[in-house]
Ligand binder design. Sequence first.
Ligand SMILES: [Zn+2]
Length: 440
Amino acid sequence: MSNNRGENEAGQGLEGTDDPSWYIHKTTSRCTQKTAQKESKIPLARRERFKLMDIASKVLLTFMGEEKRYNVKGHEVNHRTCKCHRVILTPTAQVVKSPNKNKAFFGGVMQCASVWTCPVCSAKINERKASDMRVAFNQAPELGYKVSLMTFTAPHAAADTIKDLSSKMRESIVSFWRERQIAKWKKNKGVIGNIRAFEVRYGDNGWHPHFHLIVFSKEAIFDDKDILLDKWQRVCMRHGLDKPNEYGLDIQDGSKAGDYICKFGSDGEVLKRFDGENVTWDAADEMTKGHAKKGKKGSLGPWDLLRCLDEAKTEKEKKKYHGLFLHYARAFKGVAQLKWSRGLRKVFELDKEKTDEELINEKEDKAKLLCHLFREEWRYLIKNKARAKILEIAEKSGSNGIARYFYDEIYSEKYAELSGDWFNVFYSDFLGRSNRPPDD
Ligand SMILES: [Zn+2]
């Protein structure tokens, strides 16, 4: 097999060059044009996610610190995201397509399932989590529950470390719900539980970890802000945080969120509500796509840090964003991003909450195997940053399109000495492949 072109050409990054949404992002990016206001509605396209994943994995090569570590087989131990959609787990990599959604994905390759550090896995996992949330949202009114969105924040200064702040915030929120007065309040209002999302942004005042909670209750809780805020302030101070001001706790009516998430989807679609309006980042969107959302008021989400690193002009800037993402990744390792309070899933007859690992490995029903890719071909895709492109080709023109891509990119030279169009010969071999390495 000849794959010299793949081995020798670094490629200019097919992922992210000719995708319209990428250009929209480029022209509205906070790093290049801070005044842009509308970017929050632009969904992260798959190409950009793959591109950001590559940037993240480069940063995370330094995750373990200066000293390299090796496993029993002598392989270097790295952060899981460094291996995501790179390492092949079976003799071939497969391209698979779900006929219902016409969505292609890869099989037989490592997926890191890291919601904090991998834009590709995080999108997939959060889409699945959102579907459970949609069930709860849609059922809540039927069961007589009101839905509210609560946001908890605390003051933070540029000197605070993310590890310190985030652990104090987590301790505070747990304490808050355990307070006797809060327990009493919950009972009075018929609060049956919440879905809690943890998020972090970075801005002029440093790291800003915060919680969004979707709260289900019999009675409206909208007017209770004052008592709840008072408790939140006390709890924060007890855990070593500064006293939150009046914005430390916010309660919004989240009942409209049901509309928003009914058509909650993925991969570059601009989603519509029932009334035809575009879905904005509210309630459920806010909850599960927190990272995809571009920062408000100049603050940056984790994926924005990767974009800034990519766009950094000077070594100093590069070092800054590299360090920020690395500190963030270290501080959030093992921390839950989305959590259903105990017993809440039962109310909506949902099964036990799945782990991120389980969600990423969930097989799509009726997904159809399109073709097998040999290791050399897979490496060619990584090298030329063309994994997202292959998925697009798979969705548009199936196995024939993929075969054509590889024929043109890798094999045509081999056939060039022979006269005539040999694509059909190649294609029939291509379809006849199985999950085994090539003979030669
Ligand atoms: Zn991943």
